[in-house]
Design a protein around this ligand. Structure first.
Ligand code: ZN
Length: 172
């Protein structure tokens, strides 16, 4: 049993009613639904519990790969960090300077459609490298059928990730 770091009361697990704005991801548009948290009934404090961060980040990345609009700077950075690549490593691969990568990520400079496709492709290759893709054909189909449909327009799309679909079913 975990105790409240504030008052020492025993904490109880409960599902959070409100979506959790997951800014820890480095993105401003990610919301976790039905997340569990530890709640203190004495001081009413809530401690969100983010379980399986790698699995959660994989879902966010999957959403970004399917995004029908050009990725934002922070979304580019998210994919780079998931691959555990430094800005200078990505810069070398893409043939630009680390400063350019940094300017893309902060939004000072536009990423451009080609670099949007390149970072998505690098991430797909990384998934294969990591043995996380059972069927590489799905990746090839994404490149050939989805890539031509990605719009160059900048648009932020909220990313809603259900954390415990089995619990939300019981609520309805
Ligand atoms: Zn407390």
């Amino acid at each position: 049993m975990e105790c409240c770091p504030n008052c020492g009361e025993t904490l109880a697990t409960r599902a959070q009613a409100k979506p959790y704005h997951y800014t820890e991801s480095g993105l401003k548009n990610v919301f976790l639904l039905g997340m569990l948290s530890l709640h203190c009934s004495a001081c009413e404090r809530e401690f969100p519990e983010i379980e399986n961060v790698p699995g959660l980040h994989a879902k966010i990345a999957e959403f970004l790969l399917r995004k029908p609009y050009i990725l934002s700077g922070p979304e580019f950075r998210f994919l780079r960090k998931e691959m555990r690549k430094k800005a200078k490593d990505i810069a070398l691969v893409l043939g630009v300077t680390p400063t350019t990568v940094s300017r893309w990520e902060t939004g000072e400079e536009n990423l451009g459609v080609a670099n949007d496709r390149l970072i998505r492709s690098l991430y797909e290759m990384w998934l294969i490298e990591q043995g996380k893709v059972i069927d590489p054909a799905t990746i090839l189909s994404r490149v050939s059928s989805q890539f031509p449909t990605i719009k160059a327009k900048k648009k932020s799309i909220p990313i809603h990730i259900p954390m415990h679909p089995e619990l939300t079913v019981a609520v309805g």
